[in-house]
Design a protein around this ligand. Sequence first.
Ligand SMILES: C[S@@+](CC[C@H](N)C(=O)[O-])C[C@H]1O[C@@H](n2cnc3c(N)ncnc32)[C@H](O)[C@@H]1O
Length: 408
Amino acid sequence: MLLHKARLNGDSVTDMYAYFRKFGVKKADILFTKDSGMIPQNGLLLDTILSYLEMSTTLELELALGRIPSGYEQTYLKNVKEIAKLLESNHSSERKTVQIPSEPYFSSDHGKLYNGDCVQLLKLIPDESVDCVFADPPFNIGKEYDDGVSDDKSFSSYINWCMEWLDECVRVLKPNGSLFIYNIPKWHTYLSSYLDGKLNFWDWIAVDMKFSLPIQNRLYPAHYSLLYYVKGNKPKTFNPQRMPLQTCRHCGGEVKDYGGYKNKMNPLGVNVSDVWTDIYPVRHSSTKNRKFNQLPVKLLDRVISMATNENDVVLDPFGGSGTTFAVSELLNRKWIGTEMGNCEIIKDRLENKAMDIELLKKVYEEKNKLFPDKVKELRRKNGFWLAEDFITEEECPNEPEQITIPLP
Ligand SMILES: C[S@@+](CC[C@H](N)C(=O)[O-])C[C@H]1O[C@@H](n2cnc3c(N)ncnc32)[C@H](O)[C@@H]1O
């Protein structure tokens, strides 16, 4: 909000800091409010923020940030009709006209990729036409992306921006379709409460984060959050995902005690829980398509296989290196996506699928199996039980959906 006001005043960011310095407010305190979104309760910082914004009360500031402070709910509720009228009457003049490229940057039999700002481009997509949304936006942690892509917005601009693209995603989602957002927990606490009035909370998946750096005076950050929401009472598609039992890589023995229930274990593996510890970041240059973030094929395979069926439509507003589109193609899903930065990388990846085919084959070597083939061999050698030891032919579970990965 301060930056917005600075822009309105024709001030540079340095001018804005100079204004605060004049009143004895340190830059570090301003940066704290920018990053935390917290309004100071009282004191010099609050007074100077209000005077810079030309506001007289904290109430004005709270309203400007879209918050109704506690104690004002009754008055607010009594006046919603008038407030709605006031907002509606000004809304049409606020609408910006935008230039939207109608031609996709790339298209295939399965999907279309648009090069540009997702908030604008999502407007091209008709209401209720998408079965699943997967969004992995920048986390606003000051990372480098292509020119024109900012990863250092103020607290409120980031949240407001997320609300804008989320509104579009909610609009285009079919009834009972699924929405997934991948982000850090800090942002998800806010995005989750925004979505709560619009979609149905389904799961908060903790994706175990490998090789992160410790942050001083905080608990070691060890997970990303994958928020899972549904448009309606339950997901239109939920294909349970199964993974192998955790075993010791040296001897093949189970690492947890399964309490003597081994004869009841499903030979297709254990149900995936809401803590995913088997996803590894894409780091090696042989599998990385670009220098910026790229999610692993395994993560997208799990989400897309779980929440969609063949020929369903998957939307990703933040294409990045194109992982969602590559996996959708190989799993025979339709897709649509946008990317504001370099789209050539995505085009290249979708035109040359050999690497993704190999990666996906590796995923399927372990998927829907209680023990992958190599582990089976090791367990046999060391005298451990296998699922086959306990099941008769009649008890054999139905085979899960098999994918046919197109050969390069
Ligand atoms: C975290 S990366 C996504 C990585 C992707 N999931 C993958 O596996 O490769 C976020 C991407 O969003 C893009 N982006 C940022 N703002 C955008 C916007 N307004 N519209 C479209 N794309 C945007 C960035 O250029 C970046 O490539």
